[in-house]
Write a protein that binds this ligand. Structure first.
Ligand SMILES: C[S@@+](CC[C@H](N)C(=O)[O-])C[C@H]1O[C@@H](n2cnc3c(N)ncnc32)[C@H](O)[C@@H]1O
Length: 221
């Protein structure tokens, strides 16, 4: 019993230390902790892959960008949902995460995912290409959040949706008010909210009338 109490206290200490450290400097979730990302959290339904994907009204043929795809927890079901003619671009800065996502897609027989090693905000997502963009427990890890949201705005088609999921168990948790202010500043409009203050998914829409010009080159590898 004493050991269990000690383990719980240690976990809380590690969590709080990580949370504090990540406020001073954006630290990506380490690759060796990817197993934890892959677990569907038993304490919150909001962050389950099937719930997030189920809210997106996906159709075959759609183009989807999964920003900070990690080990592919969402990219694989997204690929299935838009097959056979649609495509998912799975973006992450860590090659180790992309390698795991690629292996998972292969094992599941999903071949419509393109893997892109890039950081959100670097401008590699292209212009007016995507029907849906997902940012699931990733925004707080990105050093230039406003730059990343501006890139998402450009990458979405007019009328396209950005889906952001945040859960309090993530050391990089972003409050709804902070997220809404940043997203609306980038030109997106709040569209729907699911969950509650501590575990939520919020959808934002790119207004149908947009002044973004299409880039014929599309997203870059
Ligand atoms: C907590 S994991 C979430 C993974 C996945 N979205 C999920 O929910 O299963 C966050 C991921 O974001 C990635 N990441 C961190 N900063 C990033 C950035 N600037 N651009 C793209 N990905 C980033 C990390 O490498 C990590 O794989």
């Amino acid at each position: 019993m004493n050991f269990i109490a000690f383990a719980i206290v240690m976990m809380i200490v590690v969590f709080l230390t990580w949370r504090f450290a990540s406020r001073r400097q954006s630290l990506p979730c380490p690759v060796w902790l990817r197993w934890m990302v892959e677990l569907d959290n038993p304490f919150t339904k909001t962050n389950r892959a099937e719930v997030i994907v189920g809210l997106l009204d996906l159709q075959p043929g759609m183009m989807v960008l999964d920003v900070g795809c990690g080990p592919g927890r969402l990219a694989v079901p997204l690929g299935k949902a838009v097959a056979p003619t649609g495509e998912v671009v799975a973006m992450d800065i860590q090659p180790g995460m992309l390698a795991r996502a690629r292996a998972k897609a292969q094992a599941a027989g999903v071949d419509n995912i393109r893997f892109m090693e890039a950081g959100a905000g670097e401008g590699k997502a292209g212009y007016g290409q995507f029907d849906r963009v997902l940012m699931v427990t990733v925004l707080g890890e990105i050093p230039d959040r406003e730059g990343a949201l501006a890139e998402v705005y450009n990458a979405l088609k007019p009328g396209g949706l950005l889906s952001v999921t945040e859960v309090i168990f993530d050391p990089h948790f972003q409050r709804r008010s902070t997220l809404t202010a940043m997203a609306e500043h980038s030109g997106l409009r709040s569209k729907a909210f699911y969950g509650h203050a501590l575990a939520y998914t919020q959808h934002f829409e790119k207004p149908a009338v947009s002044c973004v010009s299409d880039n014929p080159e599309g997203p870059q590898e």
